[in-house]
Design a protein around this ligand. Structure first.
Ligand SMILES: NC(=O)c1ccc[n+]([C@@H]2O[C@H](COP(=O)([O-])OP(=O)(O)OC[C@H]3O[C@@H](n4cnc5c(N)ncnc54)[C@H](OP(=O)(O)O)[C@@H]3O)[C@@H](O)[C@H]2O)c1
Length: 392
């Protein structure tokens, strides 16, 4: 029985709040705090258990410390934006609170993805006897656990890893992103990068593509090579991996709009003077695009995210695929959110549950693949993200 503080009341925060509320034996008290408190109250109003709400600017450590000292949570689930990872970790260290997030720190002024800033907190968390769990969403998160599960049960040695993320859903809008538009577009427009034989190979954005035949009636789709943060931690924690790549599907419509937005400068993240005021074009674009949390009612179809793993067990060469299918409308019926928020909020709750029940315990900063995958895999089946495995 523990009190949890959820920070961020967007699409993912909404699912996380619902899923924690569904498990009162673990999450006995829930506080939901965000920059805009009215949004927290709106989410609390959907849930038939008392959820306390608060206003906080998570980029301000003093505000965070005051909130944590007032509420005294055991754990913070951070599902606001990656820009706030370090201030929230600092506040956790100061107040003695465990920490969990779903996305690695990004400096607002550069679209740079690295765990190095957060890994640098390891000794401070260890000395304080606190645990920080990094990247407990789907990718990173479940994909990290899938890889650890494959390594534990099916392989002596993983040689090649392909993480493949397909959103085969349709929201009916000309252009919208399924999670925070600013973070999504920064991620998709960066250079591609994959790991091969001990070094990183860079590619132009979305320049490398392939086709993958997805299960459950989704069928063949074009997939694009991108950089994704779990590649960095997986090759660090499983140094035997020779090649690690991340792939994502995009509709032609999404790519067409993105290309035009890039061409006209709307995805820039450097400040531009407009009528005497400095604005960041991508932040302005976010303000006019649909809010991902609003896409739930109209999004139909499924997501399929999984890991294709190749390597050896004894003398045998193996090719193994483990994946989850999530239906947008089913997610909406349960928690009033589409499947992209659902597939992130459920693993955030599961990571928190494993920390609070002691199934996952440690002092320091951890990525999910460093911990025993079995209780997490069991919890996925129980809490709405069942997985399937097959040898190809
Ligand atoms: N690992 C994964 O699989 C995965 C997948 C998808 C998303 N994610 C991550 O999940 C996080 C949330 O995504 P989302 O789609 O829910 O985004 P979202 O809908 O934009 O929600 C972000 C929330 O954070 C709040 N916020 C922003 N800045 C804040 C600040 N300084 N202080 C307090 N609250 C602040 C926003 O408040 P306002 O309403 O005031 O703007 C909003 O409620 C992102 O970090 C994203 O990268 C991870």
């Amino acid at each position: 029985m523990a009190k949890v503080l959820i920070i961020g009341a967007g699409g993912v925060g909404q699912v996380t709040a619902h899923k924690c509320a569904q498990n009162p034996d673990v999450f006995s008290e829930i506080v939901l705090a965000s920059r805009t408190e009215s949004r927290c109250r709106q989410i609390a109003g959907q849930i038939d258990r008392p959820i306390k709400t608060a206003q906080v600017d998570a980029s301000d450590k003093d505000q965070l410390v005051a909130l944590m000292e007032r509420e005294k949570p055991e754990l913070v689930i951070h599902v606001a934006l990656p820009y706030q990872d370090l201030t929230i970790m600092d506040a956790c260290l100061e107040t003695g609170v465990h920490y969990l997030d779903t996305a690695n720190y990004e400096p607002p002024e550069h679209a740079t993805y690295s765990y190095s800033w957060q890994w640098a907190y390891h000794d401070r968390f260890r000395e304080r006897g606190l645990m920080a769990l990094l990247g407990s969403g789907f990718d990173p998160g479940v994909t990290s656990v899938f890889t650890a599960y494959a390594r534990k049960h099916h392989f002596d040695r993983i040689e090649e890893l392909d993480i493949i993320d397909c959103n085969a859903g349709d929201h009916g809008k000309p252009f919208a992103t399924n999670f925070n538009p600013e973070i999504n577009i920064r991620e998709v427009t960066q250079k591609g990068r994959y790991y091969k034989d001990g070094r990183w190979v860079e590619t132009d954005p979305l320049a490398v593509s392939d086709e993958f035949d997805f299960p459950d009636g989704i069928g063949p789709r074009k997939i694009y090579l991108m950089y994704h943060e779990e590649l960095e931690s997986l090759v660090r924690h499983m140094p035997e991996i020779r090649q690690a790549r991340f792939w994502m599907t995009f509709s032609d419509n999404y790519l067409k709009h993105l290309e035009i937005l890039q061409n006209v400068g709307m995805t820039r993240i450097d400040p531009v003077k407009y009528q005497g005021v400095e604005i960041i074009p991508l932040q302005f674009l976010k303000a006019v695009l649909p809010d991902p949390a609003s896409l739930g009612p109209d999004t139909h179809g499924k997501t399929c995210i999984g890991c294709l793993v190749q390597g050896t067990k004894g003398d045998e060469r193996r090719k193994y695929y483990v994946y989850n299918i999530c239906d947008h409308q089913q997610a909406y019926r349960e928690v009033k959110s589409q499947a992209v928020s659902y597939t992130t909020g459920v693993p955030a709750m599961i990571g928190a549950k494993l920390m609070l029940t002691g199934a996952w315990r440690g002092a320091g900063v951890f990525n999910l693949e460093q911990l025993d995958p079995d209780p997490f895999m069991e919890a996925l089946n129980k809490h709405g993200l069942p997985w399937h495995e097959t040898f190809l």
